[in-house]
Design a protein around this ligand. Structure first.
Ligand code: NAP
Length: 241
């Protein structure tokens, strides 16, 4: 029977590439999104992958949504906590609202996504938890105190979950993308992208969402069973841990 994979934020950007790749690898995939119905409908039309709408920052909505996915597709074997946002501002201008929105979505959202599936994974003695962190969680970034805090927090989450899940056949790992050509990055002013960001990437280009999806596909596979609590950096040689 096909394994079931849940990808939060799986309708656009990196998540879209992950959803497509996992489907191509034979998984039953459920992709979630927050509010962009049009993008989700176009994604389902193109891929045949069912989408579900809930806010990952809301625990009850996440739990209910996950129950619906499991009722539709069966128990979730692979969970990819990918949904994330930015609310950038230099620290002296960052508002408590900008801090809270990013913490609630990117960090609490990971808890809300993984916590409801964890007991089932423990019971079935198999699970793959993959969190999409960021290069900026590894090195910090100007105007991203909020975002970097969440992405560094992701690494604490997977290292702790790895220790708790190992004996139950569950692995928890992270992927830290560098700058990838999605709407999130295209929202950065072109001048900043071309004159500041790309020159810092030794590869001389943005990464492709599919390059992150391939990392996720590997971590989800049986081949990666002994890899637990690890981070794959995919950043074109921009930063080494
Ligand atoms: N792009 C990069 O260069 C880069 C680099 C490092 C790490 N990352 C990380 O990779 C992940 C994906 O980034 P991306 O660039 O692909 O983003 P994106 O293109 O902006 O897509 C974000 C996806 O997440 C969903 N989402 C956002 N907030 C949500 C919420 N509260 N509840 C449920 N779903 C929500 C969006 O749903 P809607 O379509 O409804 O808005 C969309 O499907 C993020 O965690 C990001 O931090 C990205």
């Amino acid at each position: 029977m096909a394994r079931v994979a849940l990808v939060t934020g799986g309708s656009r950007g990196i998540g879209e590439a992950i959803s497509k790749r996992l489907k191509a690898d034979g998984y039953e995939v459920a992709a979630t999104y927050a509010g962009n119905d049009e993008a989700a409908a176009a994604f389902t039309k193109e891929t045949g992958i069912k989408t579900y709408k809930w806010n990952v920052a809301d625990y009850d909505a996440s739990k209910a949504g996950i129950e619906q996915v499991e009722a539709d597709l069966g128990p979730i074997d692979v969970v990819v906590a990918n949904a994330g946002i930015t609310r950038d501002a230099p620290f002296h201008k960052m508002t408590p609202q900008q801090w809270k929105e990013v913490i609630d979505t990117n960090l609490t959202g990971v808890f809300n996504t993984v916590h409801p599936v964890w007991p089932g994974m423990r019971g079935r003695k198999f699970g793959r938890v993959i969190v999409i962190s960021s290069i900026n969680g590894q090195k910090g970034q100007f105007a991203q105190v909020n975002y970097a805090a969440t992405k560094a927090g992701d690494l604490g989450i997977i290292k702790s979950l790895a220790q708790e899940g190992a004996r139950a056949g569950i692995t928890a790992n992270a992927v830290c993308p560098g700058y990838i050509g999605t709407e999130m990055v295209r929202a950065i002013p072109e001048k900043v992208l071309n004159e500041v960001i790309i020159p810092q990437i030794p590869a001389g280009r943005l990464g492709e969402p599919e390059e992150i999806a391939r990392c996720v596909a590997f971590l989800a596979s049986d081949d990666a069973g002994f890899i637990n609590g690890s981070t794959i950096s995919a950043n074109g040689a921009q930063f080494f841990v």
